[in-house]
Design a protein around this ligand. Structure first.
Ligand SMILES: [Zn+2]
Length: 257
């Protein structure tokens, strides 16, 4: 997935960052914890051998190991606020809540439980692959920066205005495209690969939030949709800004046409 984090397996128990060991007679399939901070992951995964052992072959084994590794490197259950979403058979479901650990929503990913995600609280016994939201979350947290140059291109759609003695209104609409290049002069196109993530801003010109979007593989440009600049002025002073849409983040001359 082109992440900045990689894993290597060691059988040396004194040089590991995350160990995997056996437990039994527990109410969980596997368990882990959250990172210690300063780049240190949580250091242990417990595997309940009542469920995982040499005489059974559970389809969810890989998903569960991946899930616990996810906890160790900082990922929470995405149904922490509504645990019944994945643990519906369990009648004594208690929501986790954000707790003192905290839960930070990654802009661009859904803030509600993500069907099929590898970080749902409960296994459904199946082999869960990464969803598009999972991939985006991993790419945001463990981003691997490439020297890809993004050119923002605005395609004019329409504009309107009125001016009177003391107040003005202006509206301009563009469709915003991001074009990808391998060079700073924007001559050699780059074709997206490896789940390319584009960092954008969403909002108005005065109030915007970062937003990450997963761009499908095989593209040399992507439409970010319509951006509308709509502003009211009174005696030359901006009094209302209804601008909205997506723009490429950190683009020079950011909000202007
Ligand atoms: Zn978990």
């Amino acid at each position: 997935m082109d992440l900045s984090i990689t894993f290597s397996r060691t059988y040396n128990s004194s040089s590991n960052d995350i160990y995997i060991s056996a437990t039994s007679n527990k109410s969980y399939l596997m368990s882990a914890g959250f990172p210690y901070g300063n780049g240190e992951p949580y250091d242990g995964i417990l595997v309940n051998t009542d469920f995982y052992n040499t005489s059974v072959n559970r389809t969810d084994a890989i998903s569960c190991f991946t899930h616990e590794l996810g906890h160790c490197i900082g990922f929470r259950h995405n149904d922490y606020m509504n645990r019944v979403f994945s643990c519906s058979e369990n009648v004594t479901v208690v929501n986790e809540g954000s707790t003192s650990t905290g839960a930070i929503h990654l802009p661009g990913t859904t803030s509600s439980p993500n069907p099929g995600s590898w970080m749902l609280a409960c296994s459904d016994g199946t082999d869960r692959h990464f969803t598009l939201d999972d991939i985006l979350a991993l790419k945001i947290i463990y981003s691997y920066r490439k020297n890809i140059y993004v050119k923002e291109v605005l395609h004019y759609v329409t504009s309107d205005y009125w001016y009177d003695a003391y107040s003005d209104w202006e509206m301009v609409q563009w469709v915003v495209y991001a074009e990808f290049y391998q060079d700073a002069n924007h001559t050699i196109p780059y074709t997206t690969a490896g789940n390319f993530v584009l960092n954008m801003n969403i909002g108005s010109e005065s109030d915007y939030e970062p937003y990450a979007e997963l761009i499908p593989d095989g593209l040399t440009s992507a439409s970010l949709g319509t951006f509308t600049r709509e502003r009211y002025y009174s005696y030359g002073t901006l009094v209302q800004d209804n601008s909205s849409g997506y723009r490429v983040a950190s683009f020079p001359g950011y909000w202007g046409p």
